[in-house]
Design a protein around this ligand. Sequence first.
Ligand SMILES: Cc1cc2nc3c(=O)[nH]c(=O)nc-3n(C[C@H](O)[C@H](O)[C@H](O)COP(=O)(O)OP(=O)(O)OC[C@H]3O[C@@H](n4cnc5c(N)ncnc54)[C@H](O)[C@@H]3O)c2cc1C
Length: 257
Amino acid sequence: MSEEKFTRETVLDVRRWSENLFSFTLTRPAHFRFSAGQFARIGIEVDGEKIFRAYSVVSSPFAEQLEFFSIVVPDGAFTSRLQHLKAGDNLLLEKIPFGFLTLARYQKPLPHDLWLLATGTGLAPFLSMLQDFAPWQQYQQIILAYSVRTREELAYAEEIDRIAQSFGENGANFQFLPIITRDTIAAGDAALHQRLPVLIENGLLEQHAGIPLNPETSHVMLCGNPQMVEDTRNALKARGLSMNRRGEGNIAVENYW
Ligand SMILES: Cc1cc2nc3c(=O)[nH]c(=O)nc-3n(C[C@H](O)[C@H](O)[C@H](O)COP(=O)(O)OP(=O)(O)OC[C@H]3O[C@@H](n4cnc5c(N)ncnc54)[C@H](O)[C@@H]3O)c2cc1C
């Protein structure tokens, strides 16, 4: 990749959520504009070679810094190194953002209910969307369902409450449905424990939200684990919802691998 395609940015802060999850913030160059839901390509240099990976932006499009939420894959070429990141380090950032997991893609049906369904770090693009004004103004209901394996993997729970309080005052009604699939005894505040596609098939997700999944009123975004995305997409299709193409349809997806 030629030098002109990226800039070198400084790591400002690193926050560790668990052994295999952390977040970091970077300086944001003035030219880097993105829509909530888009991803950046971040790079590291190893023995003179550059390795880039896609990372959804967590922060609001209006924020001064860029925040990202990362997994650690123990033998992953990128994250096995990235996990040692500390404030003051440099990372490469491609100059332009990418991706179509944005609310602008929805033309029909008109915005009414927005379902944001994530596994693990797939939460990232939804955090950016929820810190933008558009969804709060356009939708009547926003449901964020966030599925993780263990309680300690439920990163950003307090931030989600704070975001809902500050943005939700005069806008959409917001519901946060955490789902903890493994250590159900320690799950505490999570009432749901099955995988997302199962919760759609058995109706529990709608029951907990008190809102139906409806081809006429639902926009559903899926992000994270490709198996979850595929199975959930199929469960939604079985309920009459359709993939969003050229602006029309209910379901928009992003696979992380
Ligand atoms: C559009 C897009 C946006 C992405 N946004 C993010 C993001 O915001 N945060 C993030 O952590 N990753 C994100 N990813 C995944 C990221 O690009 C890398 O795959 C990840 O950083 C691991 O890199 P690696 O080289 O260490 O391992 P890789 O060789 O890239 O992956 C090895 C294996 O690790 C697993 N894996 C990869 N990514 C994840 C993950 N996020 N969660 C759980 N298991 C995973 C898969 O089994 C994969 O086959 C995104 C991917 C895409 C395509």
